[in-house]
Ligand binder design. Structure first.
Ligand code: KPL
Length: 295
């Protein structure tokens, strides 16, 4: 049985582990609190150690931690990755793979619009509940998926291999770069951004800067970041964005890999994005006691 490691046993990481296990993989998921092993449909068993782990080279590693935790999470497994390994990155934001210190390997990017939640019984058995089985895109710019992709696709609903993964990443990044920092700074749920004119104006300012940059990167960028951000805010009105949740929990946020990534791309095009510069400064880790934004 092929083995797959999932780093970051959050909702998406455990959902991925669940689909891989359905497709016949032995899945081991490692999160902050514990290791889990998939037992049967939707059921994960906590495990204290990798008892059955043989230290062999890793065929497939799904990186589903918070993006800022990637290098630390990969460190213990780095020596077991080689040119035959595949790294599947299932995270928010953009990450320069050269910063991970990995040997040359196949690096596949994943974007998922699916949702799941988990609960754990008194017996330590964790159940993964699939709540929204939406599109998931995988790709690395090549036309040819890895040999295991077709088998996985039979068990992972709406999973697609995309040759335009870079475009898809920017389409998602654009919305995250508007909603995530503003929900964190206004300390509100996604839908509450639409409730106040000041918040809507802040959305419009960030969205216009995203479009200005994206037009430089993509010939046919549709300049619809504000409209799409509003749609997502409506569709996920009751959600606490990941960045708002991180800020409330006093954790570092993904700001450097979302809005910070935009600033790095803009610098290469000699473009300044003053509103993104401001939200990056306000959410820089460790958080200063920032004044709430007006509105
Ligand atoms: O992807 C998201 C996130 O929270 O990271 C959004 C789109 C803002 C939905 O909550």
């Amino acid at each position: 049985m092929p083995r797959c490691y999932v780093l970051g046993a959050g909702n998406l990481g455990t959902l991925a582990a669940d689909y891989f296990a359905d497709a016949g993989w032995d899945c081991i998921a490692a999160g902050r609190a514990a290791l889990t092993r998939r037992l049967s449909n939707g059921v994960m068993q906590w495990q204290r150690t990798l008892a059955a782990d043989d230290g062999a080279p890793i065929q497939l590693l799904v990186l589903a931690t918070k993006v800022q935790d990637s290098a630390a999470a990969l460190a213990p497994l780095r020596a077991r990755l080689d040119h035959d390994s595949v790294l599947l990155r299932l995270q928010n934001g953009l990450l320069d793979p050269t910063t991970l210190g990995l040997p040359p390997l196949r690096h596949i990017e994943a974007i998922s619009f699916s949702g799941a939640w988990r609960d754990t019984g008194a017996d330590g058995v964790m159940h993964v509940h699939r709540v929204a089985e939406n599109d998931t895109y995988l790709g690395d710019g090549s036309a040819l998926p890895p040999p295991w992709f077709a088998g996985l696709q039979q068990f992972w609903p709406k999973l697609q291999w995309r040759t335009d993964i870079h475009w898809q990443q920017w389409r998602k990044l654009a919305v995250n770069a508007v909603l995530n920092p503003l929900t964190a700074l206004y300390d509100c749920r996604n839908g509450e951004l639409l409730a106040e004119p000041g918040r809507r104006a802040a959305m419009a300012a960030l969205a216009a800067e995203v479009d200005a940059l994206a037009r430089r990167l993509f010939e046919h960028w549709p300049n619809d970041t504000l409209a799409r951000s509003e749609q997502v805010a409506v569709a996920t009105a009751g959600n606490l964005s990941s960045m708002c949740a991180d800020r409330r929990a006093g954790r570092a946020t993904e700001i450097d890999f979302i809005n910070g990534a935009l600033l790095r791309a803009a610098a290469q095009h000699h473009l300044s994005l003053p509103h993104h510069t401001e939200v990056v400064a306000r959410l820089q880790w460790p958080l200063a006691s920032v004044d709430p934004l007006p509105g």
